[in-house]
Design a protein around this ligand. Structure first.
Ligand SMILES: Cc1ncc(COP(=O)(O)O)c(C=O)c1O
Length: 379
């Protein structure tokens, strides 16, 4: 077993490149076209084929995917969107950007995700959308709440930023019928450098997403050179995916089975190493069905002390996420969420990226045990 982590591996998360990205990026650069091009179209087709869906819509980031999906679903001023407080702040900012208001929802502490119970507890007559977050890569099943959603016309928009490649039952996340948003940011299961992808529910919604991501212009930037002018048919943003990012994404996608195998095996190694450790509970990511994006634990006592002690030893732990209902920017939508507040005080994410090997995981786990034991002794 290693006694110290190799320099650079101690990050909480790091991008992983397979090697073919550089050539793909150089080819896209040489083409001289850096907007949405046929390279972006190809990446959309590659992701659609991978997921087994008719079409996907590429955008500049996961945040813009959420924003465009909300707009395409008709969510705006006066509408209430149910969202877990326990998520990255990008989820909340997207809701605010369309003029809607977030209503924060509790999570199940075992999974750090919402379930039907938490959502039904929070739903009001004004709820127009629900944005479940697939924390750590775990699919969220809201089927028990579907009758209420149907009766009230509530749209589910999945924030699947963490969950590319994970399964919801028999189907890949994104292929199960919900309006779904992925992030392909630097440290995600698949990276484009920066990027995001929407899986629309039908062709009409796909057309709306395309219009919204491209300044309301209907024709693709890659349209034939002989086309003259263009038509602006509605509101739109400049959030298309550059060919440069798409080229990286397609190269990554062709190697995705390696990401899947590596991430599952690292997560399992952590779960095995930490099984039965007093005072530490691994947040369950449903590894059988998921491609884990992170490995989180709940530290029963003294999380801050444990965290600082691990950081002092160069172990890159994180606290994903500080609850949003406690953030100053979101104070107007604060409500008391005791479960989330407890999770926020106890959560600690462990170094998790594809540069790690199982010895690194064992090393981190042993350092966690040491830090927890020392903290317990201090009392
Ligand atoms: C849960 C969640 N939602 C949304 C986002 C936003 O994605 P992006 O950084 O690609 O805009 C992230 C990114 O970290 C995320 O973790």
């Amino acid at each position: 077993m290693m006694t110290t982590m190799v320099a650079g591996k101690a990050n909480n998360a790091r991008p992983f490149l397979y090697g073919s990205e550089e050539a793909a990026l150089a080819e896209a650069l040489r083409s001289g076209h850096y907007g949405h091009t046929d390279v972006t179209d190809q990446f959309e087709a590659d992701v659609a084929a991978f997921l087994g869906v008719p079409e996907t819509v590429a955008v500049a980031s996961g945040t813009s995917a959420l924003l465009v999906a909300l707009l395409a679903a008709g969510i705006g001023p006066g509408h209430e969107v149910l969202v877990p407080s326990f998520t990255f702040c990008a989820t909340i900012q997207a809701i605010l950007a369309v003029g809607a208001r977030p209503r924060f929802v509790e999570v199940n502490p075992r999974t750090a995700c919402v379930g039907s119970g938490e959502v039904l507890d929070a739903v009001t007559a004004e709820t127009r959308a629900v944005m479940p977050v697939l924390y750590g890569g775990r699919a969220v099943d809201l089927s028990e709440a579907q009758p209420v959603f149907a009766a009230q016309g509530i749209t589910v928009i999945e924030d699947a930023s963490h969950a590319f490649g994970s399964y919801a039952g028999e189907l890949l996340v994104g292929a199960a019928g919900a309006l779904t948003c992925f992030s392909f940011g630097p440290i995600k299961n698949l990276t484009c450098g920066q990027g995001g992808m929407i899986v629309p529910r039908n062709a009409l919604e796909a057309a709306a997403c395309r219009r919204l991501r491209g300044l309301g212009i209907v024709e693709s930037a890659a349209r034939p050179a002989e086309a003259t002018g263009y038509t602006v048919e509605g509101f739109g943003l400049r959030v298309q995916m550059s060919s440069l990012n798409a080229a990286i994404g397609s190269a990554q996608l062709s190697r995705f089975p390696r990401a899947e195998a590596k991430r599952k095996s690292l997560w399992r190694a952590y779960a095995t190493a930490l099984q039965g450790v007093e005072g530490v509970t691994v947040v369950d990511v449903d590894v059988e069905h998921s491609v884990p994006h992170l490995c989180a634990v709940l530290v029963r006592t003294g999380r801050d002390r444990v965290f600082r002690s691990l950081r002092a030893r160069d172990v890159g732990v994180g606290t994903h996420y500080p609850p949003n209902h406690l953030q100053p920017a979101f104070a107007p939508w604060h409500r008391s969420l005791p479960v989330t507040e407890r999770v926020g005080r106890k959560i600690m994410t462990l170094p998790f990226h594809q540069h790690l090997v199982e010895d690194d995981v064992e090393y981190v786990a042993s350092e966690v045990v040491k830090a927890v034991t020392e903290t317990a002794a201090i009392g």
